[in-house]
Design a protein around this ligand. Structure first.
Ligand SMILES: [Zn+2]
Length: 127
């Protein structure tokens, strides 16, 4: 990664699921060692592997691209499980209704993997 005329390696890398237009998707994350700026580098190939794309994000843009891509994370350099407290190989989300006296009062959102692990990521209550 590059900033402040210096080249440095990422502190973490997210390996992402392919989609119907992009493969080899990765998100590199780092803070610039010179100025401390939070950065992300999103890289991917097109389906024919003929073109390679790189896009940099900074500061608030880093949080937005992480939020957008986190559902596609297959694994990370540092280990998704330890760092983000998610089941390893987090694959899909699951919503469950919360009922009280037969009435739906909210939803529980889980992150699940294919090994039967799940964790609660969000809980909403309608009252
Ligand atoms: Zn910098």
């Amino acid at each position: 990664m590059r900033h402040c005329n210096s080249v440095f390696s990422a502190s973490d890398i997210w390996f992402l699921l392919d989609d119907d237009r992009r493969i080899n998707k990765k998100l590199y994350l780092a803070n610039c060692p010179i100025c401390g700026k939070k950065m992300a580098l999103y890289s991917y190939c097109d389906l024919n592997k003929t073109n390679y794309f790189e896009q940099y994000f900074y500061s608030g843009g880093v949080d937005r691209i992480k939020e957008k891509l986190k559902k596609d994370v297959v694994s990370t350099m540092l280990g998704f499980k330890d760092k983000y407290k998610m089941p390893f190989g987090f694959k899909y989300g699951l919503n469950k209704e919360v009922k009280r006296n037969g009435k739906i009062i909210g939803t529980k959102q889980y992150a699940c993997d294919f090994y039967g692990n799940k964790i609660l990521v969000k809980k909403t209550e309608d009252g």
